[in-house]
Structure formats: C-alpha cells, structure tokens
Design a protein around this ligand. Sequence first.
Ligand SMILES: NC(=O)C1=CN([C@@H]2O[C@H](COP(=O)(O)OP(=O)(O)OC[C@H]3O[C@@H](n4cnc5c(N)ncnc54)[C@H](OP(=O)(O)O)[C@@H]3O)[C@@H](O)[C@H]2O)C=CC1
Ligand SMILES: CC(C)CCC[C@@H](C)[C@H]1CC[C@H]2C3=C(CC[C@]12C)[C@@]1(C)CCC(=O)[C@@H](C)[C@@H]1CC3
Length: 355
Amino acid sequence: MGKVVLVTGANSGIGLALCERLLSHDAQLQLCLGCRNMQRAEAAKHALLVSHPKAQVSIIQLDVSSVHSVLRAAQEIRHRYNRLDYLYLNAGIMPNPHVDYKAFYKGLFSGRAIHMFSTGEGLLTQKDTLTSDGLQKVFATNLFGHFLLVRELEPLLCRPGCSSQVIWTSSSNAQRSAFCLDDIQHKGGVEPYSSSKYASDLLSLALNRRYNSQGVYSSVICPGLVMTNLTYGILPSFLWTLIMPLMWLLRMFTNTFTLMPYNGAEALFWLFMQKPETLDPLAKYHSLTSGLGNNYTQPRKVSTDNYVILTLCLQKISPDLLNSSSQGDISLLFDEPYLICKYEGYFYAQIKLES
Ligand SMILES: NC(=O)C1=CN([C@@H]2O[C@H](COP(=O)(O)OP(=O)(O)OC[C@H]3O[C@@H](n4cnc5c(N)ncnc54)[C@H](OP(=O)(O)O)[C@@H]3O)[C@@H](O)[C@H]2O)C=CC1
Ligand SMILES: CC(C)CCC[C@@H](C)[C@H]1CC[C@H]2C3=C(CC[C@]12C)[C@@]1(C)CCC(=O)[C@@H](C)[C@@H]1CC3
C-alpha cells in the first residue's frame, strides 16, 4: 500500500499545487483531498487526474471550521485507511481583509520596508465572524478544527515502528504581538489571522513534545507571498495587476515573494522528502524563490519571546473532568502554571507558561 496523504484546503491555491507536486513525485500515493465544497473538490480531482491519470485520488468532505464536520470526516478517514503518513493542515482563511495604507506609506520609508513586504506586519486587519458552533471563524478554521483533526486521527498517525508528519501551513505574518493568552480566539482584536498563525506555531511545538515519542512529527511552513484566492481578496485585482511588476522587482530584495502556488508549495513538498526525525521542531520552513526564479526551502527560528515561551498543549479529556461549559465558549480557567481552555467540556487546551 502506498503512502497515505491527507491535504486540507486541497482544491485551490497552495494546497492544489502541493497535490500536483506530490503526484508528480510519487505515483503510488493515496492522496485524499479534504475540502468543504464538493463541486470544487471534484474539479480539483479532475484536474489532478488529467495530469496523472493513474493516480489514486479521493475526496473527503471536510469543513475544518465545523466541529461536527471534522469529527464526521475523521471517522470516515479512519474507516477508509489504516495509516496516515502525512497530514497537511493547509486550509486557511483571512476574511474581510483591510489594508492600512497609512502604515504602508510609513513603512515604505522606515528602513523596515523589506520586513514589511515579507511579513505584512502591521498592514492588515480583518473582520472576523462566528461559526455555527459559536467560535471565532478564523480561530476555528486556521487552528482549532485542525487540532481536532490531529486528535481524532491519532490512531492512524501513531503506529508503532512507523513515523508520520503533521505539516501546518503557517505564515510569516504570525506575530507574537497579535496573540493574547486571555483571548486565544482573538475575539477582541483585529488581527485574527496573525494570531491564529502564531498559535499554530506554538501548537506545533507542543505537538512535538507530546507526540515525538510516538513517531509523530509536526512542522510549520511559510509559503511566502503567493497569488491565490486568499491574496486576491486583499486588494482589487486591477491593483494587484498594477503592482505586479513591482512585486517581481521586489524579488531581487526579498526571496519571500514566491508568487506562484507551485513555488509557495516548495517547503511543503520539501518536508515530504525529509526524514522527520532530522527536522528542527523550533524551525519554520520557508518557501523561497530567488530573483532568478530558483525555489528552495530555508529553516528559520520560530519567533518566540525571549523571556516567555508559551507552549500550547492541547489535549482531549473526558467531559466529567470539566464541569459547566456553554456551547461555543472557549473559556479559560487559570490553574497555575496552566491555562486550561475548554470547549463543550470535552476538548481543552493547556497553555503552559515557562520563564
Ligand atoms: N497566499 C499566501 O500568500 C499565503 C497563504 N498562506 C496560507 O496558505 C494556506 C492556503 O491558502 P491559499 O492557497 O493561499 O489560499 P486559497 O484561498 O487558494 O486556499 C485556501 C483553501 O482552504 C480551503 N478552506 C477555507 N476554509 C475552509 C474550511 N472551513 N474547511 C475546509 N477548507 C477550507 C479553501 O476552500 P474553498 O475553495 O472552499 O474556499 C481553499 O481550498 C492558508 O492556510 C493560508 O493562510 C500563508 C502565507 C501566505
Ligand atoms: C496598495 C499598495 C501599493 C501595496 C500594498 C501591498 C500589501 C497589500 C502587501 C504587501 C506585503 C503583503 C503580504 C501579505 C498580504 C499583502 C501584503 C500586505 C501577506 C500578509 C498575505 C498572507 C500571509 O500569510 C503573508 C505571508 C503575506 C506577507 C506579505
């Protein structure tokens, strides 16, 4: 049986480009596309089969923002496969983005222009909404649903004598300053995207602590700035067309302008070919494209605070361990040195504070 790979958000952008690259590399793969929209999923499957007619591609309906959908999809995956070698947690959203033009012009002449272009730091805000579970949508999509998926697929990921990889599509937009322990869903802020990506970096560290001994290795990547549905939502398309020559020029100064989904998927693909035991759990793997168009992957240290390292250890506990909880409310209980966040009295997060 070939390796089993599940990719969330596989029907477009970086996820779809990754699937193309994986199938070109290994024709024996059992590739499962985790998508919320079946029509878009079928179109993606069709496109993949046109270029790889013999490939084994299946679809699983999965809306990572919905607890019910994740639980149902995980059950179906456990039924279909007896192993999972790679779990790509790639689906992500940045809803209603707004560019702070004032910050942009200030940044242009600040000496930190390249940093601003490669991280988008301080330039973007978003308006978040609620899911039907009552969670903040960005948190539920980019982080929580994926965490539930990892937990629910544990029996396929943790197999004695075998190793598996969990790979998060994070971002260099992940900012420590956007993440707040008192508000891990980022209910009260305007940078839920940045907060959720920072939390995924922390969560990946915690997953390594918890699962490495069972052969599961978690990594985070940044695909660079890639032109996809997500980025086309930030500026009107005529504006992107106008500034495109500038973006190609900027590649001479920052290799983070990968621009094409194929290039953006570089680090995801590179990780596929690595021995997971050799990976650095403290690294974020960046897809980079040089001015001459060469793709490569570079590890960079995850930006953790110098004096406080926050570690998210998300665990599943039995409902009776936690008493009252209201639906949709991820409430935080402070229990030194842990913050415990619970959801429906069942899933909770321990956030350990280390100095
Ligand atoms: N583009 C960029 O410059 C960067 C992107 N990223 C990250 O890369 C990842 C992929 O994004 P990208 O390819 O750019 O953008 P796309 O919008 O093209 O792809 C996002 C994918 O996620 C899927 N998705 C969104 N919400 C859900 C959900 N609730 N359940 C299941 N699938 C969902 C989308 O499905 P649907 O088609 O149905 O909407 C789509 O397939 C994201 O995590 C993003 O944050 C990180 C850094 C930079
Ligand atoms: C209108 C102006 C002339 C140009 C505005 C440019 C900005 C919209 C972009 C500059 C850097 C970009 C960027 C991102 C979005 C668009 C910019 C802010 C991201 C935040 C997109 C998502 C990610 O995850 C990051 C890696 C990107 C970093 C750079």
